[in-house]
Design a protein around this ligand. Structure first.
Ligand code: MP5
Length: 223
């Protein structure tokens, strides 16, 4: 079995929990409040911004064949930020100025630490797991959301065909990287896969709950 299939099978209970998260189901069914969705928008905007230095830090360590695809990801991330800005302006959400939530802060630090300190194959594992998680999560939303919903452009962004092809490309490349490394590194890649899945669950939970910071204060939706 390929590395990715093996990992997706291994973490399936977690993956299923992620896909059943109430944030996704409520968004699919048109029951999510605008305030909750705005929490996700503000936080994910910060996350996507942080994904730019994450990818950029991977490029010098990447095999030559990955330079152009990773440079393409940087362009796609900038386009994604514009999608957030366009939707925020269209629906009257203030996108800028919110601090990262505790979970988002941790996930961003994890991304950057991985890009700089882990091996390239480990960082690529995090990239694949995060992208695959978003593709599968928004595919859940797509199976039921009204196509006229003001949130539909986000659904198309991650659950659409272009993103599906990108995720399939990442999967093939990650399987190739996993086949080249030794058993110890492959075991660490598996740990990164699982950890990323947990961060993804935590991210939906953060958006659904409007999570505060330990010690009190700074609840996103109290702003
Ligand atoms: C992605 C995202 C997908 N936007 N947010 C989280 C919490 N996880 C994954 O990444 P991208 O770079 O927006 O495609």
């Amino acid at each position: 079995m390929s590395f990715c299939k093996e990992q997706l099978t291994r973490v399936k209970p977690l993956w299923d929990r992620m896909l059943a998260h109430r944030f996704l189901i409520e968004t699919r069914d048109g029951r999510i409040s605008d305030e909750r969705f705005a929490v996700w928008m503000r936080q994910d905007y910060l996350f996507v911004e942080a994904a730019i230095p994450f990818i950029a830090a991977m490029i010098p360590r990447a095999p030559r064949r990955h330079w152009e695809p990773l440079a393409g990801v940087l362009g796609a991330l900038e386009k994604e930020l514009k999608l957030f800005e366009e939707r925020a302006a269209a629906v009257g959400v203030t996108l800028h100025g919110a601090p990262p939530s505790f979970t988002n802060h941790a996930y961003i630090q994890f991304l950057l630490a991985t890009a700089y300190r882990a091996t390239y194959a480990e960082a690529f594992t995090v990239l694949y797991a995060a992208e695959r998680a978003y593709h599968d999560s928004w595919a859940v939303v797509k199976r039921g959301i009204d196509t006229g919903s003001k949130w539909y452009p986000f659904v198309e962004n991650w659950a659409g065909d272009a993103f599906a092809q990108y995720v399939a490309y990442l999967e093939g490349e990650l399987d190739g990287l996993a086949a080249e490394v030794g058993a110890a590194e492959r075991a660490r890649m598996a740990e990164y896969f699982e950890l990323t899945t947990k961060y993804e669950i935590a991210f939906w939970e953060m958006a659904a709950s409007g999570e505060g910071w330990p010690g009190g204060g700074m609840r996103e939706d109290d702003k």
